[in-house]
Ligand binder design. Structure first.
Ligand SMILES: [Fe+2]
Length: 79
């Protein structure tokens, strides 16, 4: 659950950045991204409800996973 929260946090940020970049362009794509973002936030909420923050070394674990996610996103944007 801690991993889910960390991953979904970074995915949410990534989708928010994409939506900001699109501004008023590509309304159909914006709608799809917004739907995906809402689904991921739902997954995050579920993981929090199931005790994600009670994981051993949660802040460290979360920070490491989030950093890995940010790296993966950056790499995917360049490949
Ligand atoms: Fe998800």
């Amino acid at each position: 659950m801690a991993c889910t929260v960390a991953v979904e946090t970074e995915i949410d940020r990534h989708y928010a950045a994409q939506l900001a970049q699109l501004a008023d362009e590509e309304p159909a794509l914006r709608e799809t991204i917004a739907q995906f973002q809402a689904e991921e936030l739902e997954h995050k909420a579920t993981a929090l409800d199931l005790g994600a923050e009670q994981a051993v070394a949660y802040p460290l674990l979360s920070g490491m996973i989030r950093a890995g996610c940010r790296l993966a996103i950056r790499l995917s944007e360049r490949l």
